[in-house]
Design a protein around this ligand. Structure first.
Ligand code: 6GU
Length: 229
């Protein structure tokens, strides 16, 4: 998968994909993330990318020309499967959305800034608007890092058996069960006996039960769509 990110502050995205699972995904050739500085496509010598809004009001708006120049230049290599605009008024990112996006080949992510981008770019070019939650960030860059991580780890081949996404919280609409590692007894706090039993059917049943109980307690809103058996 190729992910292009268009940003007014590309410095914010210098390292999030250079470590851990995102690094491995790129080293394996399964994911390629390219961050582009939007100012590169600015039309004037001041590298301007934003301007005052028509009708008045506080806050600048990202202009059409640099964005559309960038989109059309980057599209020349390969058409985008989705052109995503990150904005607090988009659809809230969730696991099914991440699963769907992980099947795409070529994505463009536009990071919003200031008051957002000219509506004509949204109308004519953007195919999907995504928010990462009901709060406002200064810009879309940190949201882009979240989106790329959530999607990138789901690309087939990125995770191995050890890190499998199949046992993630949310993948079956349940929260993940508690986990333990050595020592068996830490300051008198013991690992549940069942996990030491070697009986994998019992262990699976216990984990599922714990997932259901955790979800009931912490996120009852998830349970309507979950498999409780
Ligand atoms: Cl995608 N962008 C901004 N600026 N703020 C957000 C967001 C995105 N998602 C939640 N808050």
């Amino acid at each position: 998968m190729h992910i292009h990110i268009l940003s007014a502050v590309p410095e914010l995205l210098e390292s999030p994909f250079s470590h851990s699972i995102m690094k491995r995904a790129q080293d394996k050739g399964l994911l390629h993330v390219e961050v582009h500085n939007l100012r590169k496509w600015s039309l004037n010598k001041y590298k301007q990318i934003d301007d005052y809004q028509f009708g008045g009001g506080a806050g600048m708006v990202m202009m059409c020309e640099p964005l559309v120049n960038a989109i059309e230049t980057l599209q020349k290599d390969a058409p985008f499967d989705e052109i995503i605009f990150l904005t607090p008024d988009g659809d809230t990112l969730d696991q099914p959305m991440a699963n769907q996006l992980s099947l795409k080949k070529n994505l463009l992510i536009i990071c919003g800034h200031y008051k957002g981008i000219d509506q004509r770019v949204r109308d004519q070019f953007v195919t999907k608007e995504i928010s990462i939650g009901d709060y406002v960030l200064s810009g879309g860059e940190l949201a882009a890092a979240v989106l790329v991580d959530a999607v990138g780890r789901l690309i087939p081949g990125v995770l191995n058996n050890e890190t499998s996404a199949l046992t993630d919280s949310f993948q079956d609409k349940l929260l993940a069960p508690p986990v333990y590692t050595r020592p068996v007894d830490f300051r008198g706090w013991k690992v549940p006996d069942v996990l030491l039993s070697g009986n994998h059917r019992l262990i699976d049943d216990w984990r599922h039960q714990q997932s259901v109980e955790r979800t009931k307690k912490l996120r009852p809103d998830l349970l309507s769509g979950a498999d409780l058996m």
